[in-house]
Design a protein around this ligand. Structure first.
Ligand code: SAH
Ligand code: SF4
Length: 422
C-alpha cells in the first residue's frame, strides 16, 4: 500500500490498516543509504558481496562518514578501499530526499518542504514539512513522523490533510540530515549567512517530534530513526534533547519510554473529557484519566525528567481560570512542565487564539502553583511554520484547485485535481 487517500471514520479516530503497512522501496534510481540504521546498512553491504567477517567494520566506517561527517559521496571515504567505494557507488547513493522549497522567516525560523522519492508507478513522491527554530543558545528541529495525520484534532491544520502514510525510519532521519546540510552543521562546514543560526557547537541541538503526524502510530519507524539519531558515533543527540509529542496513544506510552527513552510531551489541551473529545477525538478511546495514569507510569519520569503538557490557548474554549485550576489539580503528583501554546490560526479554522491578558492570567495561575509555565512564542508565523500549521504544499494547491472548480473557474494550469495519488 502506498499513498492511498484515507477516508476517516466518522468519529475522527484513526484507520490503522493502511498506515501500518510498511512503505515499499523507491521504484526508480539507486537506493540511498542515507537514514538507514546499522542492521539495514549491514544488509546492503552483504548484498554487494562484502564478506560476513568484514561487515561490522565496514558498517562502522560508513556510519562515521554518513552520520558524523555528513558525506554526500562515497569518493570522500578515504579509509574505504577504492574498489569498495566504486562498488558502493555503482549500487547505491547518498542522496537526500528533494528539497522542494526552503522558506526563511523574519525571525530566522526555516521551513523545508521535502519530497520523498516515489514509491509506486503513479506516486509523485510524498511531501512533508520540517521546521528549524533557532534560539540564542540552541537550535530545535521539528520533524514529521507521518505524511499528514489520521487523527483529526479540530484545531490542527495537519489533521485536515487527506493523504496519509507512515514515513520510514530512513525518511525520518533524512530530515535531520537535510537540516544539517542546509545549516552547515557538519565538521568543517560553514554556517549560512542568510539568517539566524545560533552560535552554538551544533546548529541542530534539539529535536522535537512535533511536525506532521502522530509518532506513536508509527512506532517502529520512529524508534529505529531515533536510535540512529542518538547513536554516539554518528548524529549523537542525547535522548534528553529529543522530545516525542503524542496526542495520547495510551497503550504505546510505556513502550515508548522503554524502547525510545526520549522526553515525552502530551498534547492535553483540555481538562474535561467532554471538551477533549471534541478537540482531540482520540480522547474518546483513551480518556484523560487513562492518559494521566500512563504519564505517572512513564519509565524514567522524575523531577529531573519531567513530562511536558502542551495546552493550546483557544479563545472562549479552554482558557478560563476554572480550566487553569482543574489543570493544576489533574497534574498533581506528576513531574510536569506546562507549555502554553498560543493557537496558530490557519485558513478556514473556526478557532481564535485567546487574548494576551487571558493567556497571562492562565500562565500566572500555573506559575503560582509551582510550575514553570512558559508561553511558547509562535515562531515562523509568516511562513506558516508554527505548530499545527504544517500541511504539504501539494495538499494546499489541490485544495485551491478544488475550490476554483467549485466556483466554476478552470483549474488547468493550476494543478490537476486528484491526479496520481493512488
Ligand atoms: N501529533 C502529535 C505531534 C504533532 S502536533 C501531537 O498531537 O502531539 C505538535 C503540537 O502542536 C501538539 O501539541 C498539537 O496539539 C499542537 N498544535 C496543533 N495545531 C496547533 C495550532 N493550530 N496551534 C497551536 N498548536 C497546535
Ligand atoms: Fe495529528 Fe497531532 Fe495534529 Fe492531532 S494535533 S491532528 S495528533 S498532528
Amino acid at each position: 500500500m502506498t499513498h492511498s487517500a484515507v477516508a476517516r471514520a466518522a468519529d475522527g479516530i484513526e484507520k490503522t490498516a493502511e498506515i501500518l503497512a510498511p512503505a515499499p522501496m523507491p521504484v526508480a534510481g539507486k537506493i540511498s543509504l542515507v537514514g538507514f540504521g546499522r542492521p539495514a546498512l549491514s544488509e546492503k553491504l552483504a548484498a554487494i558481496g562484502v564478506p560476513e567477517r568484514e561487515l561490522r567494520m565496514r558498517v562502522n566506517q560508513l556510519w562515521h562518514w554518513i552520520y558524523h561527517r555528513g558525506a554526500q559521496s562515497f569518493d570522500v571515504m578515504l579509509n574505504v578501499s577504492k574498489t569498495l567505494r566504486a562498488t558502493l557507488a555503482d549500487a547505491y547513493s547518498l542522496d537526500r530526499p528533494t528539497i522542494v522549497s526552503e522558506q526563511i522567516s523574519v525571525d530566522g525560523t526555516r521551513k523545508w518542504l521535502i519530497r520523498m522519492p516515489p514509491m509506486g508507478l503513479h506516486d509523485k513522491g510524498a511531501e512533508i514539512e520540517t521546521v528549524y527554530i533557532p534560539e540564542s543558545d540552541r537550535g530545535t528541529l521539528c520533524i514529521s513522523s507521518q505524511v499528514g495525520c489520521t487523527l483529526t484534532c479540530s484545531f490542527c491544520h495537519t489533521g485536515t490533510q487527506r493523504l496519509v502514510r507512515n514515513l520510514t525510519a530512513a525518511e525520518i532521519v533524512a530530515q535531520v540530515m537535510i537540516a544539517r546540510d542546509r545549516l552547515g552543521d557538519w565538521p568543517g562546514a560553514s554556517r549560512p549567512t542568510d539568517g539566524l543560526v545560533p552560535d552554538a557547537d551544533r546548529a541542530v541541538s534539539n529535536i522535537v517530534l512535533m511536525g506532521m503526524g502522530e509518532p506513536l502510530y508509527n512506532f517502529d519507524h520512529v524508534r529505529d530513526a531515533m536510535a540512529t539519531v542518538m547513536d554516539g558515533d554518528g548524529l549523537s543527540l542525547s535522548r534528553r534533547r529529543i522530545t516525542l509529542s503524542t496526542s495520547g496513544v495510551v497503550p504505546m506510552i510505556e513502550k515508548a519510554g522503554n524502547e525510545i527513552g526520549s522526553m515525552l510531551a502530551i498534547s492535553l489541551h483540555a481538562v474535561r473529557d467532554e471538551l477533549r473529545n471534541e478537540l482531540v477525538p482520540l480522547n474518546r478511546k483513551y480518556p484523560i484519566k487513562d492518559l494521566l495514569d500512563a504519564c505517572r507510569n512513564y519509565p524514567g519520569v522524575s523531577n529531573a525528567r519531567r513530562i511536558t503538557f502542551e495546552y493550546v490557548m483557544l479563545d472562549g474554549v479552554n482558557d478560563t481560570a476554572a480550566d487553569a485550576r482543574e489543570l493544576i489539580r489533574l497534574l498533581k503528583g506528576i513531574p510536569a512542565k506546562i507549555n502554553l501554546i498560543p493557537f496558530n490560526p490557519w485558513p478556514g479554522t473556526k478557532y481564535k487564539c485567546s487574548d494576551w491578558t487571558r493567556i497571562e492570567k492562565f500562565s500566572d495561575m500555573i506559575f503560582n502553583a509551582g510550575y514553570a509555565s512558559p508561553v511558547r512564542t509562535p515562531r515562523g508565523r509568516d511562513i506558516l511554520a508554527a505548530c499545527g500549521q504544517l500541511k504539504s504544499e501539494t495538499e494546499k494547491l489541490r485544495a485551491r484547485a478544488r475550490l476554483m472548480l467549485d466556483e466554476g473557474i478552470g483549474a488547468e494550469g493550476v494543478y490537476a485535481v486528484g491526479a496520481g495519488e493512488d
